[in-house]
Write a protein that binds this ligand. Structure first.
Ligand code: I3P
Length: 126
């Protein structure tokens, strides 16, 4: 029998490591805590895995769920005010979750910004 990969795997648009800090959950401010995250962008959501791709793959087998962010109606913008770090942008979801993403490497963060922005722009706003 042919092995058919789950649809979600076919729709991955970009994946890689970034620095991530969640700063609000459902509109409620959180204490900022930067950590490295393996980030998987598909055509309608972003998944944040706590550590490496390896752990991400093994968590798929164990059924352990990553943090999943619905990009429908989300906003993305560069910010200089929310961090002392360079190359930081913020994603705000309809549900009031706020994430900062950062990389010291200019082209890496620019690629991610464009990819996420393109995904958001392609989605219905509500
Ligand atoms: C925070 C930590 C963050 C820093 C944040 C600090 O301290 O140093 O890295 O954000 O600054 O409050 P703590 O670990 O004690 O919570 P940046 O690295 O993004 O500047 P902030 O309060 O100005 O957001």
């Amino acid at each position: 029998k042919d092995i058919i990969p789950p649809l979600e795997q076919l729709m991955v648009e970009k994946e890689g490591y970034l620095q991530k800090a969640k700063i609000a959950d459902g509109g409620k401010k959180l204490r900022k805590n930067w950590s490295t995250s393996w980030i998987v962008l598909s055509n309608k959501k972003i998944e944040f895995y706590k550590e490496s791709k390896q752990q991400a793959l093994s968590s798929m087998k164990t059924g352990h769920k990553p943090e999943s962010v619905d990009l429908c109606g989300a906003h993305i913008e560069w910010t200089k005010e929310k961090s002392s770090r360079k190359n930081v942008f913020q994603i705000t979801t309809v549900s009031g979750n706020e994430f900062l993403l950062q990389s010291d490497i200019d082209f890496i963060i620019l690629d991610w910004f464009q990819a996420i922005k393109n995904t958001i722009d392609r989605l219905p706003k509500d």
